[in-house]
Structures are given as structure tokens and as C-alpha cells.
Design a protein around this ligand. Sequence first.
Ligand code: XIL
Length: 318
Amino acid sequence: AQLHSLALDAGLLYFGTTVDNGYTSDAPYMAIVNDVDEFGQLVPENAQKWDATEATQNTFTYTKADVIPDLAATNGQILRCHALTWYSQLPSWVSSGGFTAAQLQSVIEAHISNVVGHFKGDCYAWDVVNEAAADDGTWRSSVFYETMGTDFLAVSFNAAHEADPSAKLYYNDYNLEYNGAKTDKAVEIVKIIQDAGAPIDGVGFQGHLIVGSTPSRSSLVTALKRFTALGVEVAYTELDIRHASIPASDSAKTTQANDYTNVVGSCLDVEGCVGITVWGFTDRYNWVPATFSGAGEACIYDEGLNKKPAWTSISSLL
Ligand code: XIL
């Protein structure tokens, strides 16, 4: 059996993957994407981001953004939507700033109302605010934080709720898995949103992890439960576990397989952990080598689209 159908049997809502528009002409790759027993959920890797949807103020374009959502609809796959208020992949008319707080609030509200409105009813969840915390547990510097303080959080969640009341609204970030200062900050972020009376439904653990340095299953459970204790659901939204140097040895591949089962197992252990999304399922197409110098082979399929030990270990766990 394949990962999504096994995940359903194990009580999760989905096992899914990201797909970018540029990959859709690769037929053998797409055969796996279109196998709903393997991936029951999709998320666009880049095409819904601000620089893709509103490159020019108040001019919204969805030709690219619609591609993966349309595919998910055709296949009957759950759609996660990604991402709204984020410091990265912002068009320069936003990132260069020069707005008053009130002006930037209007800019955020116009963006979210249009983009979330366009996909209304289609998204299981939206990553509403992405990566607002820094690794050391301080606020990440961004045009949003520098201009509005923490007000951009509730403003974003309120706008998303207004545009699509049925979508689950997530705060999404990486390195929450280590349960350190950054995790504390994410807890604070959820509380700030809740205290403002704004709707937040979930926290996404991106899960960009490193082979051999992935926390244990029980440590991950502890970190996830800090958020479910606040009344929100959790999910792994961008899972990949990279080798710090490649090519990986057989023993490193075994460690990677074990690390993947720690992550998947932790989700199974936490009531309120709804699903797992890998950020690319094959080493053929993966953001890691371009981002983390020397690292790679982070996925559960190799470049030749063969299942790796990580795939096998996840399937036996599920
Ligand atoms: C990455 C994509 O995978 C790349 O293709 C792109 O060049 C940069 O963004 N956290 C996120 C994702 O929330 O949107 C990022 O995706 C990876 C880190």
C-alpha cells in the first residue's frame, strides 16, 4: 500500500507533497503525484506566494497559482495553500517599505482578501503567517514587524478568516522541532493571535531537518503538544531530512530512514496532529542543494524515482 492510504488507516487526514509548476511536464514524476493512494494532498511550492500573485500592487494574477490547485481538484486531493504574510518572496513594492502601519495593514488586507478569496472553498488550510520568529527566539525582522509591530499577526488571520471562513488558518515555521527558544516564540505568537481575538486553527512544523540531528520521536511529541495544549491542531508541512554531505552512505540512508520514522511517529502519537507533507518527494526536484551548501538527498525517493529506505520505513510504521 502507498503512503496516503496507509496514513488514513493510521488516523491521519493526509500524507502529501509539494509540487512546483515547472515539474508538471515530467510524466514519470507526475504518475507518482497523481497517485492519490501515495499523495492525498498537494501544496504549490511557489506559485501562490506574494511575488507570484501580486507582483504589482492591486494587480492579481492566478494563471500560475491555479495550476497545482486545479491538479489537486482533478485528482480529488486535499489542498494546502501557501503562503500569505511572509518576509521572503515578496515583491519589492512591499519589501522596500515606506508605508505607515495603517497603509501596510491595508496592503496586507487587500492581498489576503483577494488571494484567499480567489481560492475560497478550495484550501483545507492556509499558511497565513510564515516564519515570523528568528532562530534565537526573537522576532524576525521584516517589513511587517518593523512597520506594524506584532499587529500584522492578527490583521493577517482576521483577513484570511473573512475571505474564507472554512479554511483552517495556520502559523507555519521551521526549527520548532527542537523545542528551544524559537518554539517558545511560536507559542507566544499563537497566544498573541488568540488574545487579540483572531482565529488561528493550526501550527505547521515545517520539518526541514538534518540526518542524524533529528529529535527523537518523544522529543517531537513534546514540542507538538505545546501547541495542541493551546487548542490548535498541528501538522508537518514541509518535511525533508537532508544529508549534510552527499552522496549518502548506506548507513546514512538508514539513519535518514529512522529520522523520518521519528517524525511520522510523533504525528501518530499526538491527537491533533492531522497530517504530513513532504517538501518534494524526490531528490530529482528539491530545494535543499541550492539552499544548504553541500547538503542534499533529503527526500523519500531518489533522483531516479526509486523508493529509498526512508519510504520503506515510513510505510512499515504507518
Ligand atoms: C522554497 C521553495 O522550495 C524554493 O523552490 C524557492 O526557491 C524558495 O522557497 N520555507 C517555506 C517554503 O515556507 O516556501 C520554502 O520553499 C522553503 C522554506
